[in-house]
Design a protein around this ligand. Sequence first.
Ligand code: COA
Length: 186
Amino acid sequence: MSDNLFFKECQLRSIGKNVIIGKTVRIRYPDLVEIGDNVIIDDFTYISTALTIADNVHIAAGCKLIGGRSASIRIGEFSTLAPNVVLAAGSDDYIAGIASPLVPMQYKGQVEIGTIQLGRHCIIGASSTVLPNVVLHDGAAAGAQSLIKADIDEWTLHAGIPARHLRNRNRDEILRLEEMWRDQQK
Ligand SMILES: CC(C)(COP(=O)(O)OP(=O)(O)OC[C@H]1O[C@@H](n2cnc3c(N)ncnc32)[C@H](O)[C@@H]1OP(=O)(O)O)[C@@H](O)C(=O)NCCC(=O)NCCS
């Protein structure tokens, strides 16, 4: 791996084998980040929260995984973020708070500091946004430019603003492909 501009690999909490992290990926708190095997994080991605990434995950270019040190995000095996996805595990109070990081907490209203969880085989389309405390269950998918405010059931495809159910995904076929791929790795 070529040297990253913003952090040293040894600062990460853990990192697996065969991991590619673009030189311009910025990880604000590398001590809170765990990365499995066979992971790619493409350039211009910005990560400012605790993050656990399982094996075989792809985070495409320009994603933002944000929320601060007290929030957290988990991404399950075989899950993918398309370019420019935003996972906001934390969010300001848009009704009754001052939304500035420069004012003390008592002026900021009900700031949400939460979690986002993606199960296995999730995929989020380009330029979509996931809000705090949302769970994408195994096999959940979201179309491009979606706003995901609520949990997505397993093996379903949602899209839109806010995201709504479009159709079901082919769970059996995806799991069959996974098994075939695993057999080939042996
Ligand atoms: C969600 C998606 C997979 C659906 O594709 P599809 O199965 O071919 O769906 P269709 O084009 O037949 O659309 C079905 C309906 O969903 C709507 N729809 C499709 N994608 C949508 C989206 N991203 N947001 C809102 N509505 C969407 C269509 O308008 C259509 O609505 P209608 O039945 O009222 O006319 C695709 O549109 C998409 O967004 N893919 C993401 C691709 C991407 O981000 N790639 C980046 C690299 S991985």
